[in-house]
Design a protein around this ligand. Structure first.
Ligand SMILES: Nc1nc(=O)c2c([nH]1)NC[C@@H]1CN(c3ccc(C(=O)N[C@@H](CCC(=O)O)C(=O)O)cc3)CN21
Ligand SMILES: CC(C)C(=O)C(=O)O
Ligand SMILES: [Mg+2]
Length: 268
């Protein structure tokens, strides 16, 4: 299993970092079997597995519940877990307390929080021994303010994002997720930081990539963000499998001898 200090080393050696979200025992098991460098228990689980229209409804209890299942499915993989909306903005003390609670209850390797408002929380959480991952650009917990669209598209916003990234690094973060930003900005941020950048909709000139499990496999998610390339089609194969099952039941061909207990309990 990777440890927090490996991320900077991989960046230095130019080895790309692979990350995918995982939300439960089977997605974690598959991702570990696929050899992912790291898993993200993303608050996107609110949308992909709970059916909400944003991540804003996701609670601390939801994150703990799912992250514990992911740890059971991927005991030997570095796991990052998202701090959910509303658990780190009221004040610094509660934010640090919630970071510690989430880390301790889930046995994750790091927590992730969105934006540059929370520099003090990052510094104190890292000081308390909790590895932290930052997240800049499109920060979905602010969907009501920004919408789900590309961020930092003018020069002033791009320069601000570079300053924010430096501040997140200086506060002690060990990686930064860059979501939905122009690729030349992502390249610039990547070149000025020592910690790796993990892109999602940030182009190829970053230190690693993350995608949502359900987008990679086309599992339930219908409208894919622009930056997704699907690598399998479980929407099709899954529905085909279920249809075949229903047809076999209707036709009386399932169950058959091989799926039926043979023991007789009544005299003929
Ligand atoms: N399944 C899934 N995949 C994700 O990558 C993801 C989630 N869910 N939920 C949380 C956020 C939301 N994300 C998104 C969603 C859409 C765009 C997107 O490509 N939007 C279009 C249109 C935006 C508009 O309305 O103008 C774009 O071209 O930017 C980007 C990120 C990324 N995250
Ligand atoms: C898309 C990634 C970066 C995320 O934060 C999530 O899945 O919640
Ligand atoms: Mg998230």
């Amino acid at each position: 299993m990777k440890v927090t200090s490996d991320w900077k080393k991989m960046k230095k050696e130019g080895e790309k970092i692979t990350m995918v979200t995982a939300y439960d025992y089977p997605s974690a098991k598959q991702s570990e079997a696929a050899g992912m460098d790291t898993l993200l228990v993303g608050d996107s689980l609110g949308m992909t597995v709970l059916g909400y229209n944003s991540t804003v409804q996701v609670t601390m209890d939801d994150m703990v519940h799912h992250a514990k299942a992911v740890r059971r499915g991927a005991p030997d993989t570095y796991i990052v877990v998202d701090m959910p909306f509303g658990t780190y903005h009221a004040n610094v003390d509660d934010g640090v307390g919630n970071a510690i609670t989430l880390y301790q209850k889930t046995d994750a390797n790091a927590i992730k929080l969105e934006g540059s408002e929370c520099i003090d929380i990052i510094r104190r959480a890292v000081g308390a021994g909790v590895p932290v991952v930052g997240h800049l650009g499109l920060t979905p917990q602010s969907v009501g303010v920004t919408g789900f669209r590309m961020q930092a598209s003018d020069e002033a916003a791009a320069l601000q994002l570079i300053e924010d990234a430096k501040a997140v690094e200086a506060a002690g973060a060990s990686m930064i997720v860059l979501e939905a930003i122009p690729s030349d900005l992502a390249r610039k941020v990547t070149s000025v930081l020592e910690i790796p950048t993990i892109g999602i909709g940030a182009g190829v000139d970053v230190d690693g990539q993350v995608l949502v499990y359900h987008d990679v496999l086309q599992y339930g998610s219908e409208r894919l963000p622009k930056f997704v390339r699907p690598f399998a089609d479980f929407n099709t194969t899954g529905v085909e499998g279920l249809k075949s099952y229903a047809e076999a039941v209707k036709a009386g061909t399932f169950p058959d001898a091989s799926t039926t207990y043979k023991r007789k309990v009544f005299e003929e």
